[in-house]
Design a protein around this ligand. Structure first.
Ligand SMILES: O=C(O)CCC(=O)C(=O)O
Ligand SMILES: [Fe+2]
Length: 303
């Protein structure tokens, strides 16, 4: 095992066996008007519900290795996402099998998740999946974002155990976290076209800065009560960085300073912005219902 601190020396952090010190402190008024007591765990220091941020979860060498595997994946492994207008809005790869309404049609996870680096094992050791059926993720979605690309606010949904582990590679991003609109606001014009969907507030309540090589765990009530998205921007400016809630946990000191200055405001002449780079994210989850092997064999036989 490599022993290293969380400084930017290219190594990964020591094994994380307890997520509590990594819990992100969220704005105190976040749950105002939310009656559900379950949601309160997000603000409670000792609860496993919430967002947890760990910089340098993987080393630079490991990051480079995973990126090279992503980039050299065979063409059919890529799926390109298009907007209604036809514009290309991103690409993804799916690892671990197909998630259907009924169950996961499981496939072997690649070595860059299981052996080098031993990502699954490291994630299991954090305890984040300790309440889930498999105790660790069995599925991974890889999203590619060029600067200017993002993902619309959404919830990850009920096909998965309500924990997601996100490993960032390449560049940073800001994950924006939104609340659903209050009951009163639900009935007004902001309601989405799909009438079964709940309206959300226009602006994010806060943002989480994800550095390359970091791990973000979104767990329990944080998974269930909020939506998350990534704005389509090339540059994160003062006004965006000033809503970042994990600034003090960021390992890169120049990024940390930029966030601090953006929050302090005042000096409007200096530039407190961060240019986005090509970013990959690995979102790892546990699909608790897995199709039995004999059923899978039958389905494969039919193809
Ligand atoms: O790229 C990210 O960090 C978020 C991706 C995401 O929300 C998803 O794949 O569901
Ligand atoms: Fe998501």
């Amino acid at each position: 095992m490599i022993m290293a601190s969380s400084s930017t020396d290219g190594q990964h952090t020591n094994e994380i066996k307890n997520l509590t010190p990594h819990k992100i402190v969220l704005p105190a008024d976040l749950l105002k008007d939310i009656q559900d007591t379950e949601a309160k765990g997000c603000l409670d220091n000792d609860s496993s519900d919430g967002f947890f941020y760990i910089p340098n979860f993987i080393s630079e060498a490991e990051e480079e290795h995973i990126i090279s595997k992503i980039q050299s994946a065979p063409q059919p492994k890529w799926r390109t996402l298009h907007a209604r207008s036809g514009e290309k809005i991103g690409r993804l790869q799916n690892w671990g099998g197909q998630v259907t309404k009924q169950a996961l049609i499981a496939e072997q996870l690649p070595e860059f998740l299981t052996s080098f680096p031993p990502l699954l094992e490291r994630i299991r050791e954090t305890g984040a999946f300790q309440g889930s059926k498999h105790g660790e993720p069995n599925h991974c979605l890889m999203n590619e974002y060029e600067p200017g690309q993002g993902i619309l606010p959404h919830e990850d949904g009920s096909a998965y155990f309500p924990t997601v582990a996100t490993v960032s590679l390449g560049g940073h991003t800001l994950l924006d976290v939104y609340r659903y609109a209050s009951q009163d606001a639900q009935s007004d014009a902001s309601k989405p076209a799909d009438s079964s969907a709940k309206a959300r507030e226009q602006l994010p309540r806060f943002s989480i800065l994800q550095e390359p090589r970091s791990l973000l765990i979104t767990q329990g009530a944080a998974y269930k009560y909020f939506l998350h998205g990534i704005a389509e921007r090339e540059i994160d400016e003062d006004k965006h960085l000033s809503t970042v809630t994990n600034g003090d946990m960021v390992a890169d000191t120049s990024v940390r300073d930029t966030i601090r200055k953006a929050k302090e405001g005042g000096d409007s002449n200096s530039d407190h912005s961060l240019q986005r780079q090509l970013r990959y994210s690995l979102t790892l989850r546990d699909v608790e219902r897995v199709a039995p092997k004999n059923l899978m064999a039958m389905m494969m036989g039919k193809q």
